[in-house]
Design a protein around this ligand. Structure first.
Ligand code: HEC
Length: 309
């Protein structure tokens, strides 16, 4: 008897459901299709599908910068060195006042290093009454250095912002807490030479570079009609694709205008591009612009150019 089954020329799905074991034969092609589908999805979405929760974009490090702090300068009045050598009771009580408001929180009422703010510090505030274990030392020039520079790594701040006279007043008060080494003329002389004490000194104002840049830009802006026209166009033509592209490309659009107006290469697209690419950040652009195609550059260039006409 011929037991071999004849191949079915039509799949009878009803039969198939009655005999689920036969479905097994379908799993293989189904698997193949599934893997293919997942694979295609994965490749198409490579940029979004990621096993990391961190985004893969690199940080734009040009936006991370530390600037000079704003600091008001002024004239430091000359220090009366005689007062430092032989402090009057008024000078000492002025020193105590300053000590109470600036130092007591760490060094304690009586200088024992037991102030409440010191408790949290790893390195304990110095016991100013005990002679051992000092980092800089107890001589008057060493005390002055401590207040001038601080011992930053150990949690002792710099008190550079107090005037020299105020710092000496505090030191004079400290010296009444216990016996300190005497003040010698040599020490006074060398401190005078190092810090210009008896002549007084002036400290220039310091302003952050970014503020200085803005100031320069603002100055020329008030002079320049062109700049205002430019800015006006930039703020109103927001539907223009070139405007959008520029917005995306500029880290500071005012800087872009400013450097374009003042640029000597603005007559020629190629020169303009070469100039910007050599230092995009200087010209107010984000570093990503180095990848732009010539077409994109032309759009930006034409936009800037027509705005200056
Ligand atoms: C935030 C807490 C804190 C404040 C406020 C503070 N100090 Fe200190 N000071 C310290 C710490 C901590 C040390 C220990 C530094 C070390 O061990 O090197 C220290 C050390 C010192 C020393 C010893 C330096 C040496 O040679 O070892 C002197 C002097 C001193 N401070 C004076 C002052 C004076 C004066 C003031 C106020 C104008 C002041 N400190 C304010 C925390 C403080």
């Amino acid at each position: 008897m011929n037991t071999q089954k004849k191949p079915e020329d039509e799949i009878k799905f009803r039969e198939l459901l009655k005999d689920p074991i036969r479905l097994f034969g379908w799993i293989f092609p189904m698997f193949l299709v599934l893997i293919l589908a997942v694979g295609i999805f994965f490749v198409k979405h490579l940029t979004e599908v990621s096993y990391n929760s961190q985004s893969i974009g690199l940080q734009d490090s040009t936006l991370l910068k530390k600037d000079v702090e704003m600091k008001k300068g002024g004239v430091l009045t000359a220090v009366d060195l005689n007062l430092v050598k032989a402090p009057t009771p008024e000078f000492i009580s002025k020193g105590k006042e300053l000590y109470d408001s600036n130092c007591k929180s760490c060094h304690g009422d009586k200088g024992l290093g037991d102030g409440p703010a010191g408790l949290a510090l790893v390195k304990k505030p110095r016991n100013l009454v005990a002679p051992e274990g000092w980092t800089n030392g107890r001589d008057i020039d060493q005390l002055y250095k401590t207040l001038q520079e601080g011992i930053i790594k150990n949690g002792m701040a710099s008190y550079e912002y107090l005037s020299s006279t105020d710092r000496f007043a505090i030191i004079s008060f400290l010296r009444t807490l216990t016996t300190y080494p005497p003040v010698t003329d040599d020490q006074l002389k060398s401190m005078d030479a190092a810090y210009n004490l008896s002549a007084g000194s002036s400290i220039p104002n310091k302003i952050p570079v970014s503020l200085a840049e803005m100031k320069l830009i603002n100055e020329s802006r008030s002079k320049s009609e062109l700049f205002l026209k430019f800015e006006n166009k930039f703020n109103t033509s927001t539907d223009d694709p070139a405007n959008k592209l520029l917005k995306k490309s500029a880290s500071d659009y005012r800087k872009v205008f400013y450097s374009f107006i003042n640029s000597n290469v603005k007559e020629n697209l190629n020169n303009f591009v070469a100039d910007v690419i050599s230092n995009p950040v200087n010209a107010g652009f984000k570093p990503l612009v180095v990848q732009y195609t010539m077409e994109e550059w032309k759009r930006i260039y034409d936009y800037l150019k027509t705005a200056t006409m």
